[in-house]
Write a protein of this length. Structure first.
Length: 101
């Protein structure tokens, strides 16, 4: 044991989490199939297109907005972006688990 280097807190935490996952029956990361990679690529492309569309509409909305409404428009835009990004991550997780998004 004296020959083994000391582990960082991060390494110890990761070992505990992996052990917990094994105990709960959670599978280790498996390599993605070609179909899964393709589906993830398509999901990312769709999200990127949606975000680009939202940004164009957002900029156009800012040009015509009253100055006092700009803060609300910005907040709505951030919320919508977060929603699209969250949905993308959720869909990718489903694909990784072997389910259709």
């Amino acid at each position: 044991m004296a020959d083994e280097p000391l582990k960082s807190a991060y390494e110890l935490a990761m070992e505990r989490l992996k052990k917990k996952d094994r105990d709960e029956g959670v599978e280790e990361d498996r390599p993605l199939t070609a179909a899964q990679k393709t589906e993830i690529t398509e999901l990312r492309a769709q999200a990127k297109a949606k975000l680009a569309e939202m940004e164009i509409l957002h900029r156009k909305g800012l040009e015509t907005a009253d100055p006092e409404k700009v803060a609300g428009i910005e907040e709505n835009y951030r919320t919508d972006r977060a929603r699209v990004e969250s949905r993308l991550e959720s869909d990718i997780a489903k694909v990784r688990r072997g389910k259709k998004a």
